[in-house]
Structures are given as structure tokens and as C-alpha cells.
Design a protein. Structure first.
Length: 238
């Protein structure tokens, strides 16, 4: 896959510009927003003493969820936006943060992490193959990666939602089909062990949202599953 027509610096500028509204806008869709952390923690197979990399960490909200899953882990948050790091520092002063200058070169040594969490980041990076290869480089043998991103089918709903309700926007992005994501992961040396679409109905009455999850659960691997606005992948480094 060719590089995207923007730079990582363009992505940084977007998140810097919306950092002051990031938390409040996510609170408007609280349950859909935090669902990413709840599912991720259940799939990371955390263990005492594990070293975990969270990239991109945004406001470091994952910190509390990760430690609720396993208190005795070492969490390293990595973020490209300095302004969002400032937000994270005010909300989670105990969080360990690293500033990224590029998604294509991470500031960590080879084989540094047992677990990697990457939520809604792949669609923003300028060079997706390089990013996934970097995640593999810094992962230890047997490490687990939990990654989420919207599918290509989410572009139209995203445009409609933004036009109607505003929000912090996504900035430079390209939503990838699940087929593309799986191909990129495998090409970078990750073995995909699990994939599931979620949030078929991200907002609305709880009964309707629950029905959407039941329906998408029965349609794994089909078109309905691809309509879920958040796709989860669990992969292992060989």
C-alpha cells in the first residue's frame, strides 16, 4: 500500500488544534468511546510485570482501564500531539509519556514490550506499513498487539455525524477495509488471531445498541460486520 498523502506532522497539528475539546467531545459519546478500552483490556491477556506500549495514547484514558485489568504492569504511553500530552498530564499525572515525532520510527529499543495497544491510530499514520513494522520491531517474541480502527464503510457515517454534531474531527485519515488491515498486519509479520467488528449502532437507546452488537456478533466475517464503526484485531508476534 502506498503512503498516504499527508505527513505525521499534519496529524500532529490536527490533534494539537483540538486538544482543548478532545475530552468533552468524547464525553458526548461516552459509552461508545470507552468501549475501546473495555474490549482491549479483555483481549490483551495482561500479566504481572508485563511491559505495555500504548500508541497513540491521546489523553491517556487507557491508563485506568489497563491498571484495573492488572495493577502490576508497566505502561508506556506514546503520543504525537504535545497538546494532548499536556491534557493527559493534567488528568493522569502518574502516566509515563513519550513524545513521538513520527509513527514510522518509534523511540524505543528492539523487543521492548510484551503487549502493544494501538486504538484508532492506523488510519492516521502517513506510512501504515512502516508503522506496523515498527510495532513489531519493538515487540518481544510472542507479544500481543490489540489494534482497533474504523473500516472504510465508516467514512460516510463519519461525514454525516461531523456535519450534524461537530466534534473534534479525525483530521488526516483514511479508513481501511478489514481486508486491507489484515493484509498490512500479516505483511508486517503479525499473525492475526482474532478480528471482530463492533458498534453497529454506536448511539441511541441502550436496547438498540445492544441489539446491534448481537446482530454484528452473528454476522462475523460478513458485510454486516464490516459496518461496525470500530474493528478490533488481536495479533501475535512470532
Amino acid at each position: 500500500m502506498a503512503m498516504n498523502p499527508w505527513t505525521d506532522a499534519d496529524v500532529e497539528r490536527h490533534w494539537d488544534l483540538v486538544a482543548d475539546i478532545y475530552v468533552q467531545e468524547n464525553e458526548r459519546v461516552h459509552e461508545a468511546h470507552v468501549q475501546r478500552f473495555e474490549i482491549a483490556v479483555g483481549r490483551l491477556e495482561l500479566f504481572s510485570g508485563a511491559k505495555l506500549l500504548n500508541v497513540s495514547s491521546r489523553d491517556a484514558r487507557a491508563e485506568d482501564y489497563l491498571r484495573s485489568g492488572c495493577p502490576d504492569i508497566e505502561v508506556v504511553h506514546a503520543e504525537i500531539s504535545r497538546a494532548l500530552m499536556d491534557v493527559a498530564r493534567s488528568l493522569h499525572p502518574q502516566a509515563v509519556q513519550f513524545k513521538l515525532s513520527s509513527y514510522s520510527r518509534l523511540p524505543f529499543e528492539d523487543a521492548s514490550f510484551d503487549r502493544i495497544l494501538s486504538l484508532e491510530t492506523l488510519e492516521h499514520v502517513s506510512n501504515p506499513p512502516a508503522f506496523l513494522s515498527e510495532l513489531r520491531r519493538v515487540a518481544r517474541p510472542g507479544a500481543i498487539l490489540v489494534l482497533s480502527c474504523p473500516p472504510a464503510t465508516s467514512e460516510l457515517p463519519y461525514r454525516i455525524y461531523t456535519a450534524l454534531f461537530g466534534g473534534h474531527g479525525e483530521g488526516p485519515h483514511r479508513f481501511l477495509s478489514s481486508r486491507e488491515v489484515r493484509h498490512l498486519l500479516e505483511a508486517a509479520g503479525w499473525e492475526v488471531a482474532w478480528h471482530r467488528g463492533t458498534l453497529l449502532v454506536p448511539v441511541g437507546p441502550r436496547w438498540l445498541r445492544r441489539f446491534g452488537e448481537q446482530l454484528i456478533g452473528r454476522c462475523r466475517g460478513g458485510f454486516i460486520a464490516e459496518l461496525g464503526i470500530r474493528q478490533f484485531y488481536v495479533a501475535r508476534r512470532s
